[in-house]
Structure formats: structure tokens, C-alpha cells
Write a protein that binds this ligand. Structure first.
Ligand SMILES: CC(C)(COP(=O)(O)OP(=O)(O)OC[C@H]1O[C@@H](n2cnc3c(N)ncnc32)[C@H](O)[C@@H]1OP(=O)(O)O)[C@@H](O)C(=O)NCCC(=O)NCCSC(=O)C[C@H](O)C(=O)O
Ligand SMILES: [Mg+2]
Length: 288
């Protein structure tokens, strides 16, 4: 059964499966997860060699972080072979690109079931106009553990390409779709990751985009370059102030005088048990 316990996913770095040097770096990186990419980062003529390279990579699998493989779409020439190979490698999860409907996820899940690939979760890219229109139904799969779906990933480059929306530094035209992804993910009990920032040399702009993603409610951000890891870890970790406040709420509800109360006051503010649950979740995330 897919593991649904909390995993930090603040920083999730794409690593091209065709890049031997980049793969060798994975063990030493401080990101929470890597996505080894067999899809857009690998040319069609290099796909088979990339798969062979991953046989060697997974034979000496680096410990210490979640490892996800992005396969090609099942509808492509490479998708089925990628999925079967990934079942052998036993990554923590498989990321499905160009998902359009819930059926795309169920079909991949059927292959994993046939291969008895227990314990491999599914992540889904939200990067096509059809996925946006079917978002509610896609996220609903998260409510059924048998679907294996645990995480949605924004594919902003493909969304921009397929819709013609103007890409601006403040992502003003994309934000409405990004917020819908967060809402859908929460409805389905899923994690959700923000899209990549292509300009990997401008770390100031990147920090701003991370802060914006965290404010929108994303669990973390997908990355393309190691320089983006530390800013993402910082932005998607609860701040010391937020941790201190959460501790105070937990402590207040633990006081004998507040036992059995649904609502209390803390420094002149109303605090309900829903805030206690929120505080406990935040402390869980911070590892405190
Ligand atoms: C963008 C890059 C091609 C830049 O690479 P490079 O020119 O080598 O940059 P640097 O010289 O600054 O690299 C410094 C060292 O770091 C290593 N490196 C670079 N990137 C990675 C990485 N992703 N993982 C691990 N290691 C990495 C370099 O090898 C250098 O090492 P050394 O020489 O020993 O110092 C490159 O960053 C890159 O390929 N990034 C990932 C691209 C990718 O995977 N794209 C596909 C996924 S994004 C996507 O598809 C989004 C979505 O689907 C959508 O639609 O939006
Ligand atoms: Mg894409």
C-alpha cells in the first residue's frame, strides 16, 4: 500500500536521466526529493540509453531523500516501457506527465497493480488545459488510496505553451490556475507543488516566487538547478515565529482550565480547536 504519511516536499529537483554528472550529484544534495526525468529533458533518441543509465543509478540508490521518476506519457511510444522499468527500480513514486483525465492515472495504476509494484505512489503533472478543466475529478482520486495518487505538480511551462497565456515575472495570469490546483489538492487530501522557475541565475526573483508559492498554500516547489534548493527549503519551512505561535496554542489547550473547551482566548484573540489542529500540523511539518 502507498505510504501516505507526512513527507517534506519543500524542494523537489528535476534531474535529467540523460545527465550522468547531474545524477552523480543527487546523493550530496539537500533537497527533499528528486524527480529523475525521462520525459522532456531527454531527447527521443536518448530515451533507451537513459533507462539503462537508471538501472545503474537505482542499483546504488542514494539514501536520504524521496526519489521519483518522471516517465513519458502512456500514450507515447516510450510510456509503457518507462513504467515497466520504473516498477523494477522501485522509486518512491512515479510522476505522470501530460495527464488530461482521471483515466490517465487509473491506467498507470493498473500497470503498477499488474506488476505488483506495491509501495510506489503516483504523482500527476497538471500542465494541460484539459487537466485544468478536469482538476476536481483528478484530485478526487486522492480520496481513494487504491488510486496511489499522492501529489499534484504544476507544469507551468506546458500550461503557458498550450494556453498562450502571457508569462510575466509576477505570474499574474497563471495565479488563478495555480490557486485552483491548491484548492483541488486539499479537497483530495493531496500534496501540491509549484511549477519551476526557468531563470535559475536570478535567485532574488526566485526567492520572491517561492514566498508567493508558500503564501498560495503550496507544499513546495519544483526546481531545475541545485542553486534553487536552499531558497526553496527556507521559503517552505514554517518561520520561527509561526512555530512559536503554534507551540503557544498547543500549550494553551493543554492547560487543565481549558480541558473540554472548544474555544478559548489567547492574548485577546479567539482560538478554536481548528486552530489547534492547524498548529499541530505546522509543528509536524517543522519537525518540532
Ligand atoms: C538548466 C541546466 C541545463 C543548467 O545546467 P548547467 O549549464 O550545467 O548549469 P551549471 O553550470 O550552473 O551547473 C552547476 C553544477 O550543477 C550541476 N547541475 C545543474 N543542474 C542540475 C540538476 N538539475 N541536478 C543535479 N545537478 C545539476 C551541473 O552538472 C554542474 O555540475 P559541475 O559541473 O560538477 O559543477 C540544468 O540545470 C538542468 O538540466 N536542469 C534540469 C532541467 C530539466 O530537468 N528539465 C525538465 C524538467 S522541468 C519541466 O519539465 C517542467 C514542467 O514539465 C513544465 O511544463 O513546466
Ligand atoms: Mg511539462
Amino acid at each position: 500500500m502507498t505510504d501516505r504519511s507526512f513527507r517534506p516536499r519543500r524542494s523537489v529537483l528535476y534531474v535529467p536521466a540523460s545527465n550522468e554528472k547531474a545524477l552523480a550529484k543527487v546523493a550530496g544534495l539537500s533537497c527533499d526529493a528528486v524527480v529523475i526525468d525521462l520525459e522532456d529533458a531527454v531527447l527521443p533518441e536518448d530515451k533507451a540509453a537513459a533507462r539503462t543509465r537508471l538501472d545503474a543509478f537505482f542499483a546504488e540508490r542514494p539514501a536520504g531523500r524521496e526519489i521519483v521518476v518522471r516517465v513519458n506519457a502512456l500514450s507515447s511510444d516510450f510510456g509503457r516501457d518507462d513504467l515497466l522499468a520504473a516498477c523494477r527500480w522501485e522509486p518512491d513514486a512515479i510522476l505522470l506527465p501530460k495527464v488530461n483525465t482521471p483515466r490517465d492515472i487509473l491506467e498507470a495504476g493498473d500497470v503498477l497493480d499488474d506488476e505488483a509494484a506495491d509501495g510506489i505512489g503516483l504523482w500527476a503533472m497538471v500542465e494541460t488545459p484539459r487537466a485544468m478543466l478536469n482538476l476536481g475529478a483528478i484530485a478526487e482520486l486522492g480520496r481513494d488510496p487504491a488510486s496511489r495518487l499522492v501529489c499534484l505538480v504544476a507544469g507551468t511551462n506546458d500550461l503557458i505553451k498550450d494556453t498562450g497565456v502571457l508569462a510575466t515575472p509576477d505570474r499574474r495570469y497563471l495565479s488563478v490556475w495555480l490557486m485552483q490546483m491548491v484548492l483541488a489538492a486539499r479537497a483530495g487530501g493531496l500534496d501540491v507543488l509549484d511549477g519551476v522557475s526557468n531563470d535559475f541565475r536570478d535567485l532574488e526573483a526566485f526567492a520572491r516566487e517561492c514566498a508567493e508559492g508558500a503564501a498560495m498554500g503550496f507544499d513546495g516547489k519544483t526546481l531545475i538547478h541545485p542553486a534553487q534548493i536552499d531558497p526553496a527549503n527556507t521559503a517552505f519551512s514554517p518561520s520561527p515565529e509561526a512555530v512559536a505561535e503554534a507551540r503557544r496554542i498547543v500549550a494553551a489547550f493543554a492547560e487543565a482550565e481549558n480541558a473540554g473547551k472548544g474555544v478559548i482566548q489567547l492574548d485577546g484573540r479567539m482560538v478554536e480547536r481548528l486552530h489547534l489542529a492547524q498548529a499541530q500540523r505546522l509543528l509536524g511539518k517543522s519537525g518540532a
